[in-house]
Write a protein that binds this ligand. Structure first.
Ligand code: CAA
Length: 283
């Protein structure tokens, strides 16, 4: 199936990045959020990030203008009805995602491919509640989406081959690289990355190192572009905790126990960059 138009549900940091790369690759984008202010802020962020690419010579001013012209916004899920592909990029909470699918499905064309940008939740389980498990997939982008090369593709147990093939073609048109992962908790990237972040929080919790020494050690000692605590703030501590809980529940192994300090920070509302405070202070 040829994909020309894309509906994106959720205009947060992942949703706006996904809208950015689709619009730049020539797709018509309809960005949805329940919050109109979040949509305005997402469009401003996309404009700023595209401008950054223009100033570094990565994107021409004409391509930026054309990409911005391809992005429309709506607070109504019904408006996504005529799109060829829908990407749900809402918060990492299964109940929220199910609620969105329930509201969205009556409006979708039968052939529309439905995907979730979930970073950890079972694709098979999300798909099973929809009317199209064979046309449902995990479509997992990395943050910051305009920069990161990888997209994970996760087939649920019922996903059909044409759907998988179509998404492979979409990833190629985005100029990104697809990695296929089996549908097990947190797939590949987050199965490895987030327990490392959780271990860094344990390292802090147990007093082995300070925030700065832990991050400096991993940047200079392992050549990571960001230290694990800085990266946790960047991803969002609530998202990191949600992923650890999915691993802990889904794999029933104490090695995935979320660090109590991570839980405490989330309970305090210290969610990282997006809330102004996490392991670092951004205020
Ligand atoms: N939009 C467009 N371009 C952007 C951008 C954005 N949002 N953010 C950064 N860039 C560009 C910059 O313009 C710059 O471009 P040039 O190479 O052309 O100069 C380049 O990216 C590097 O940016 P900076 O110079 O500002 O800063 P940096 O060198 O420190 O890199 C970074 C920033 C790319 C974020 C880098 O620190 C990095 O790779 N960090 C690790 C990110 C990571 O691990 N992401 C995965 C998170 S896990 C995930 O996403 C999965 C999940 O489900 C939780």
């Amino acid at each position: 199936m040829a994909i020309e138009s894309v509906g994106i549900v959720g205009a947060g940091q992942m949703g706006n990045g996904i809208a950015h790369v689709f619009a730049l690759s020539g797709y018509e984008v309809l960005l949805n959020d329940i919050n109109a202010a979040a949509l305005d802020s997402a469009v401003a962020t996309i404009d700023r990030n595209l401008e950054r690419q223009v100033s570094r010579g990565k994107v021409s001013a004409e391509d930026k203008a054309a990409a911005m012209a391809r992005i429309r916004t709506t607070t109504s899920l019904a408006d996504l009805g005529q799109t060829d592909l829908v990407i749900e990029a809402a918060t990492e909470n299964e109940a929220v995602k199910n609620k969105i699918f329930d509201a969205l499905l009556p409006h979708l064309k039968p052939e529309t491919i439905l995907t979730s940008n979930t970073s950890s939740i079972s694709i098979t389980r999300l798909a099973s509640r929809t009317d199209r498990p064979e046309r449902f997939m995990g479509f997992h982008f990395m943050n910051p989406v305009p920069v990161m090369q990888l997209v994970e593709l996760i087939r649920g147990i019922a996903t059909d081959q044409p759907t998988y093939q179509t998404l492979l073609e979409v990833v190629a048109r985005l100029g990104k690289t697809a990695a296929s992962a089996e549908d097990f908790p947190a797939f590949i990237v987050n199965r490895i990355l987030v327990p490392m972040i959780n271990e860094a929080v344990y390292t802090l919790y147990e007093g082995v190192g300070s925030v700065r020494s832990i991050d400096e050690s991993m940047k200079l000692g392992a050549n990571h572009p960001m230290g694990p605590l800085e990266l946790a703030d960047f991803i969002g501590l609530d998202t990191c905790l949600a992923i650890m809980n999915v691993l802990h529940d889904g794999l029933a192994d104490t090695k995935y126990r979320p660090c109590p300090l991570l839980t405490k920070y989330v309970e305090a509302g210290w969610l990282g960059r997006k809330s102004g405070r996490g392991f670092y202070d951004y205020r």
